[in-house]
Design a protein around this ligand. Structure first.
Ligand code: RB5
Length: 144
């Protein structure tokens, strides 16, 4: 199960990504928002991150206008490793190296086709472990 959420500026791209995931046969749960009324992106990060941390969702996708605000917000939540990705290589590395449990996109930055490729690259890779796992553990040590 993949959790997905956005603010108003990510609403349109969120809908496209949900359709894309469904076409791939991937279960997706939409945590809102459900229209383009103006909201505050930190509020939108929380439900998806909580779903990832509780295990309700395996991974999360967050979208705001640039992806910046919602990624900064998500990374304040202990246990979340949110990667803002605007290219396919970074998305693949976000999983292989950083074991990102949340990916963030800019709805006003990337087009839908690129967004699909970014999400797919992140979903289809596995964390490489080893030295990368050691580094991820050091990220979480910073939370203490
Ligand atoms: C909303 O206008 C915009 O600031 C937000 O979606 C995001 O881009 C913030 O980082």
């Amino acid at each position: 199960m993949i959790g997905i959420g956005s603010d108003h500026a990510g609403f349109e791209l969120k809908g496209y990504i949900i359709e894309h995931l469904k076409e791939r046969g991937i279960e997706v749960k939409d945590y809102g928002v459900y229209n383009e009324d103006s909201v505050d992106y930190p509020d939108c990060a929380v439900p998806v991150c909580e779903a990832v941390l509780s295990g309700e969702c395996e991974r999360g996708i967050l979208i705001c206008g640039t992806g910046i605000g919602i990624s900064i917000s998500a990374n304040k939540i202990k246990g979340i490793r949110a990667a803002l990705c605007g290219d396919v290589f970074s998305a693949a590395m976000a999983k292989e190296h950083n074991d990102a449990n949340v990916i963030c996109l800019g709805g006003r930055v990337v087009g839908r086709e690129l967004a699909y490729m970014i999400v797919d690259a992140w979903l289809d890779r596995e964390h490489l472990g080893g030295k990368h796992a050691r580094r991820v553990a050091k990220i979480h040590a910073l939370e203490q």
